[in-house]
Design a protein around this ligand. Structure first.
Ligand code: SF4
Ligand code: SF4
Length: 438
C-alpha cells in the first residue's frame, strides 16, 4: 500500500491503490452535454453556434476570445439547445453551450500530418487550433506557453509525470497505456526548441511507468527519464523544476525565465493528438475514486458530460457518502453536487464516506511549528493565515504569501485543524486580482 510522504512526515495511505490497476475505460456520453466557454485561463471562448444548429463530434463550437484563449469542440453529435449558466467545479458560474446528443456519433474527418515535415509555426498553429490547454489544472493555453520570447533560451522541456496528488492515477494510467504517444508528443514539442532537452519526470512509486518510458526513448539522446523521490508536492511546478534542474523560480517568474517549460502528461498527449492526428481536445481522462465510489477507476470522458454521469459509470456513489472533491484531496475543490460539467482540466472526482474536514473543529494555534516544517516554500503558514483572515493583503505579501503553491500540506499537518491553506489560497486570489487591476 502506497504511503503519502511529505515534508511534514508520512501518512500511511495515499489512496492510489483504489484505481491504479484499472485501465482507462471509455465513458459513454449522456443525453445532454454542457460545454463551458471558459475552461482555460484567458478570455472566454465566443460561441459559434446557436439554438437549433446541428453539430458533430470534433466541430469547433466556440472560437478563442483572444490570443490567450482556446476554442471549444463538441464531443458528441447532436443539436444545440441553447446557452445556460452552469456552476463550475471551481465554484463560479459560466455560460455553457448545451448540446442534445443524438447518439449517432457523427464525427469530423481529422487530417493527420507527419510532424517532422511541419514548420515550427505550423506545429504551434495545430496546437492552438485544437484547443490544447494545460490539463494539469491551470488551463493555460499551450500554444502561448510554447511561444516564449526566445525559443533558444529554453534548455529543458519537462513532462510532469509526478502525479504526487494522493488518490489520482490518471497520469499514471496514461503513461502505462500510451508511452509511445507521450514520447512522440515530447519530440514534437522539442522541435520548437532547438537547444532544449526533454525530461520525463516521474516519481519512484511508478516503476512500471518509468520502465515503459525508458524503453520508449531508448537511443534518443535528447530525452531522459528522470526518476524523482516520491514526496508531495513534487509535481508542483517550482518543485519539479528545482528537483530536475536545480533552477529556482518564484511567483513573479515564469518557468521560461529559468529556461524551462513544464507540461503535464495529458497535455503532451493532447499535443500529439493535435499535431500528428489533427484531433482537437475533446476528451479527458478522469480518476473517479475514494471509499465512497462503488468501482473506482480511470475514465476517458467526453468533455461536457456531468460529474453525476461519470460517477454513475464508476458504479455510482455508496450510500451515506459525505464528501465530493473535484481533483485530489490536497489541492482539489470540495463540491456541493454533481451537476457540474467536465472541463478540459478535470482530473478526478474523489468520493469520500467521511468528511474529516467538516467534522473537525479548528482550535487556537498552539505554535507547534508543524505547518512551517511541512511547507515546501519555507513559509510560515500559521502567520500567513492570520494575515489572510484579517484581510491584511500588504503584510501577507510582505511575508511572501504569494509564494504559496497551494499544496495544502500545512492544513493537513495542523494538529489544531486550522484551515491554513484555504485562508492563504483565498488571500492569494484577492492579491492576484488586485495586481491585475493595477
Ligand atoms: S503555505 Fe502554501 S505552500 Fe506552504 S504548506 Fe501551506 S499551502 Fe503549501
Ligand atoms: S497553525 Fe497549526 S501547525 Fe501551525 S503552528 Fe499553529 S497549531 Fe501548529
Amino acid at each position: 500500500m502506497g504511503v503519502l510522504t511529505f515534508l511534514g512526515g508520512v501518512h500511511p495511505y495515499d489512496g492510489k491503490e483504489l484505481s491504479k490497476s484499472q485501465p482507462v475505460k471509455k465513458v459513454i456520453p449522456g443525453d445532454k452535454l454542457y460545454y463551458a466557454v471558459s475552461q482555460h485561463i484567458g478570455a472566454p471562448a465566443r460561441p459559434l453556434v446557436k439554438r437549433g444548429d446541428h453539430v458533430i463530434r470534433g466541430q469547433m463550437i466556440a472560437e478563442p476570445g483572444g490570443f490567450v484563449s482556446a476554442p471549444i469542440f463538441a464531443s458528441v453529435s447532436g443539436d444545440v439547445t441553447g446557452i445556460e449558466k452552469m456552476r463550475m467545479p471551481t465554484g463560479g458560474l459560466t455560460d455553457c453551450i448545451v448540446v442534445k446528443n443524438d447518439h449517432k456519433n457523427e464525427e469530423t474527418a481529422y487530417t493527420g500530418a507527419d510532424w517532422k515535415e511541419l514548420s515550427v509555426d505550423e506545429i504551434k498553429a495545430r496546437i492552438r487550433d485544437a484547443g490544447v490547454v494545460g490539463m494539469g489544472g491551470a488551463g493555460f493555453p499551450t500554444h502561448v506557453k510554447l511561444s516564449p520570447k526566445d525559443a533558444d533560451a529554453i534548455d529543458y522541456i519537462l513532462v510532469n509525470g509526478a502525479e504526487c496528488e494522493p488518490y489520482l492515477t490518471s497520469d499514471y494510467r496514461m503513461m502505462i497505456d500510451a508511452p509511445d504517444k507521450l514520447v512522440e508528443g515530447l519530440r514534437i514539442i522539442l522541435k520548437l526548441f532547438p537547444k532544449a532537452k526533454g525530461l520525463l519526470c516521474v516519481e519512484d512509486n511508478k516503476p512500471d511507468a518509468i520502465k515503459k518510458l525508458e524503453a520508449e526513448c531508448a537511443g534518443d539522446s535528447n530525452i531522459e527519464v528522470r526518476t524523482m523521490k516520491t514526496k508531495y508536492p513534487q509535481g508542483a511546478e517550482r518543485m519539479l523544476i528545482y528537483a530536475n534542474t536545480k533552477r529556482k523560480i518564484n511567483s513573479g517568474m515564469l518557468p521560461a525565465d529559468a529556461g524551462c517549460i513544464v507540461d503535464n502528461v495529458a497535455t503532451v498527449l493532447a499535443v500529439y493528438d493535435a499535431v500528428a492526428e489533427g484531433k482537437p481536445l475533446m476528451d479527458t481522462v478522469i480518476t473517479v475514486t475514494g471509499d465512497g465510489a462503488v468501482s473506482p477507476g480511470n475514465f476517458l470522458t467526453p468533455s461536457g458530460m456531468l460529474f453525476s454521469e461519470v460517477i454513475e459509470q464508476a458504479g455510482g456513489l455508496k450510500e451515506g457518502y459525505e464528501k465530493l472533491i473535484s481533483g485530489g484531496p490536497m489541492m482539489g475543490f470540495a463540491v456541493f453536487g454533481t451537476n457540474l460539467p467536465v472541463v478540459k482540466t478535470s482530473s478526478g472526482v474523489l468520493c469520500l464516506m467521511h468528511d474529516d474536514v467538516s467534522a473537525s473543529q479548528p482550535s487556537p494555534c498552539i505554535n507547534c511549528g508543524r505547518c512551517v516544517e511541512a511547507c515546501p516554500e519555507n513559509l510560515v503558514p500559521a502567520r500567513l493565515s492570520v494575515y489572510a483572515d484579517k484581510g491584511q493583503a500588504d503584510i501577507f505579501m510582505a511575508n511572501y504569501g504569494m509564494e504559496c503553491c497551494e499544496c495544502g500540506s500545512c492544513s493537513f499537518v495542523c494538529p489544531a485543524k486550522r484551515q491554513l491553506a484555504q485562508s492563504i489560497k483565498s488571500m492569494r486570489k484577492i492579491c492576484l486580482a488586485n495586481r491585475r487591476k493595477k
